[in-house]
Design a protein around this ligand. Structure first.
Ligand code: SF4
Length: 158
């Protein structure tokens, strides 16, 4: 899942129409309660990036932006916050944690910690912005389609 602000950042940095790489999924896939549900064509939905049309060697559908040849992200510099903050989380006091079962340095340097905190804080602000926009959209425009939704969220090159 991504936010409106992620989508805007992607669209500003890519020539392609957002319809080529953005989509909406059934609202029930959002179980964390972190992302707002948006009503598109009358159905609860969540905004996300499309899957690639090509399977990986492990028979998995990767993200649209995954480069099969290099194994790297093609939008690294402006990737969505969910990717930029992975695998870290932070509580209200600024204490960082990270998901289990990943390779992660045991000790982070202070500078790195500060930069992770700042990205997480930014991601919180952006999800807050998205929630505000989503509320207005759901109140006023819920019977409209995906193109209109993207325009309402602030994307222009649909
Ligand atoms: S890091 Fe890049 S390739 Fe991986 S899920 Fe995020 S946008 Fe897609």
């Amino acid at each position: 899942m991504i936010t409106s602000e992620d989508a805007i950042r992607l669209s500003k940095n890519l020539d392609a129409s957002p319809l080529e790489y953005l989509t909406f999924y059934e609202g029930k896939v959002e179980k964390s309660g972190y992302y707002p549900l948006v009503i598109i064509n009358g159905y609860e939905s969540v905004l996300g990036i499309k899957y690639s049309e090509e399977l990986t060697e492990q028979n998995k559908w990767p993200c649209h932006f995954f480069d099969m040849k290099t194994g790297l992200c093609q939008v690294h510099k402006f990737k969505p916050m969910v990717c930029a903050t992975y695998p870290f989380s932070m509580d209200g006091e600024g204490n960082l944690g990270h998901l289990e079962k990943i390779l992660c340095p045991e000790k982070w340097e202070a500078q790195k910690k500060d930069s992770v905190r700042s990205v997480i804080r930014k991601s919180w602000q952006e999800v807050g912005k998205y929630k505000e926009k989503a509320k207005i959209w759901n109140d006023k425009y819920k019977d409209n389609g995906f193109d209109e939704f993207l325009r309402f969220m602030g994307l222009h090159n649909i």
